[in-house]
Design a binder for this molecule. Structure first.
Ligand code: ZN
Length: 259
């Protein structure tokens, strides 16, 4: 069974002590590729270094809405320069993690929208998919994506929306990222939505070190947990884990343009 973790923060210092062990364990487990994402200016170089040196790791570069107060106009310029320098590099796979977070009320929505817009423009300009963080902001996200109509679409990571919202993203060519959150028994609405998602619209992810799955409560999440997350989600979808793994890998390959 071959798996791709489409969303992990393996560059975070949570993994400083054992990153190499995690990577070699992933290889044994069949987690053959993973996408590590930029979240603020400070980690863009770290993410790129990891992608450059580790065969399993691919980089997405972007500025995350949660760190809004840290972002400066020059960081957007620096991001653009980097994307332009690295354009066409096989280890650069997307613009991300970008998006809108309306759950945290202190984050200025107008500024979030501006920064989201600028980064979607970069995805369009450099012909890259976009990896999205969307929390309580589906309506604005969908409206913004409809304006851009990205050729390469992307992934709505940690999707927890409704059936109707899923349909809108799918119409726009986006895949829905599923991970640990849906493995919890109390996530009943998510269970119902997931059970109805078309298989060609889902990709697996861990969002590690966050979003611990139900089988590893309260501990650091890791791309090593992806096979068990796949098992749990396949059960909710009433299909075999192999079938879900294959679909997720095919869908990720399609989005990232991998063979
Ligand atoms: Zn993330």
């Amino acid at each position: 069974m071959t798996l791709i973790d489409t969303h992990t923060h393996l560059d975070f210092d949570d993994f400083d002590a054992d990153r190499q062990t995690v990577l070699s364990h992933c290889k044994q487990l069949g987690v053959e590729r993973m996408v590590v994402l930029g979240v603020y200016y400070r980690n863009l170089q770290r993410v790129w270094n990891l992608a450059r040196t580790e065969p399993q790791v691919y980089a997405a570069l972007g500025l995350h809405p949660i760190y809004l107060d840290e972002h400066r106009p020059e960081h957007l310029h620096a991001l653009r320069d980097r994307l332009s320098t690295l354009a066409g590099h096989p280890k650069l796979c997307a613009v991300g993690e970008i998006g809108l977070d309306y759950y945290v009320e202190s984050l200025d929505r107008e500024r979030q929208l501006e920064i989201f817009d600028s980064q979607l423009q970069m995805a369009a300009e450099f012909d890259l998919p976009a990896l999205l963080h969307v929390r309580r902001s589906h309506a604005d996200t969908i409206a913004t994506l409809k304006r851009f109509k990205l050729k390469r679409s992307g992934i709505v990571h940690a999707f927890a929306g409704s059936r109707e919202e899923a349909r809108e993203y799918i119409k726009l060519g986006f895949k829905l990222g599923l991970g640990g959150a849906a493995t919890w028994p109390q996530a009943l609405r998510m269970h119902r939505v997931i059970a109805e998602l078309p298989l060609d619209s889902v990709v697996l992810e861990t969002d590690s070190p966050d979003m611990a799955p139900a089988m590893y409560p309260g501990v650091r999440n890791s791309p090593e947990h992806l096979p068990q997350i796949c098992d749990a989600l396949a059960k909710l979808m009433d299909i075999s884990p192999e079938r879900l793994a294959r679909a997720s890998t095919d869908n990720a390959n399609e989005i990232f343009g991998w063979q």
